[in-house]
Design a protein around this ligand. Structure first.
Ligand code: ADP
Ligand code: MG
Length: 343
């Protein structure tokens, strides 16, 4: 078993590239470019709360960084670097090696450099801070930035969701033994839970197009709710447009009986609207951007689905295709609510 410094040297130290100074000193040094702002975000993952303690360490390494890159994506920031704070019950090579490989493979894919961190003994906890860059915009009000913010949505704007949502929540229900999914469906859903793809390219492309943006970590309605709150407006959500966002539902569109045996329609709706952990983006844009967004969807080979309209009246209104109100009591994920946590 490696000691603390051997562990850092073996698994978490590489030559600095973009950073002026990387791992090994009391501070790392990052040079910001003129006219750019540093975008900073932290996410912590705790064993038993955010992941099963026996999850594949390679996938865990990927996911820990992915959830952080997702925050940069939501701001339209380009990833630069990250730091890693690790609490480990024991320093086992059999865990550290695949964990660091999964982590650094995603870091390399996004040109995001590991520049420092802290390592201590303790209950398995992984805390990452990411640093990204985004152009300043002195003329922008009220925040002088080109970053995408949660504020900025206006009545009449369209609301879009990238990719598919709800499948990660389904996988979690299946892994907890609360529903049964056919093998093929479980594999696909599990990949969404364990290997989310941060939508960095989409976030960058949405600068100057989207009026507001957030990533979906706690559930579509909850994260859209954050946009509404910060933008002081409401939204009318077309549930029949949102439901097909569940990839599992599309896969079984031709075999409804099989689908309905696996889990009921309410579970599907709950997963789409309130399931977390998908790390897609929810964003708003004026209708004048529809053709631009259709072209962007083609370029990125990523569905961008229009599911709602921003309205001046605060609150979320769910309607079906006929415009009839749909009752809902879907709470988004809250770690301090009675139902918070994995186990
Ligand atoms: P300090 O005592 O100043 O907190 P440490 O002895 O904890 O520094 O860490 C030594 C060096 O190793 C520092 O540059 C720190 O950023 C880096 N480091 C520690 N843990 C990690 C880690 N998990 N990943 C990357 N770098 C790390
Ligand atoms: Mg330290």
């Amino acid at each position: 078993m490696p000691g603390e410094f051997e562990l850092i040297a073996r698994y978490f130290t590489r030559a600095a590239r973009r950073a002026v100074l990387g791992v090994g000193d009391d501070c790392a040094l990052l040079q910001t470019a003129p006219g750019m702002q540093l975008a900073v975000s932290t996410d912590m993952l705790v064993a038993g709360r955010h992941f099963f303690p026996d999850v594949d360490p390679f996938l865990l390494g990927h996911k820990c960084l992915a959830v952080n890159l997702s925050d940069l994506a939501a701001c339209g920031a380009r990833p630069l670097a990250f730091s890693l704070a690790l609490a480990l019950p024991e320093a086992k090579d059999a865990w550290l090696e695949p964990f660091s490989k999964g982590l650094l493979a995603l870091a390399d894919a996004h040109g995001c450099e590991l520049i420092g961190g802290d390592t201590t003994r303790g209950p398995l906890t992984i805390c990452i801070t990411v640093y990204g860059e985004v152009p300043a915009d002195a003329a922008a009000r009220p925040v002088p930035t080109q970053a995408l913010l949660r504020s900025g949505a206006l009545p009449g704007d369209d609301v879009y969701v990238s990719g598919t949502v709800g499948d990660a929540a389904l996988a979690l229900l299946a892994l907890q033994g609360r529903i049964t999914l056919p093998t093929e469906l479980l594999l696909a859903a599990r990949a969404r839970l364990e290997q989310p793809a941060p939508r960095v390219a989409l976030g960058l492309a949405l600068r100057g197009i989207a009026s507001a943006c957030a990533d979906i970590s706690d559930g579509l309605l909850g994260d859209l709710g954050h946009i509404l709150e910060r933008s002081h407006c409401g939204a009318r959500v077309d549930v029949d447009k949102a439901l097909p966002l569940l990839a599992a539902r599309q896969a079984y569109a031709g075999g409804a009986a099989q689908f309905d045996n696996a889990y009921d329609a309410r579970t599907a709706l709950q997963s789409v609207l309130a399931g977390g952990d998908d790390y897609e983006l929810v964003f708003t844009a004026p209708p004048a951007q529809r053709s631009v967004l259709a072209a962007l969807s083609d370029t990125l080979e990523l569905p961008l689905t229009r599911i709602a309209t921003i309205e001046a009246a605060p609150g979320l209104r769910l309607v079906d295709a006929q415009g009839h109100a749909v009752a809902h009591d879907f709470a988004s994920f809250d770690h301090f609510a009675a139902t918070g946590g994995l186990l």
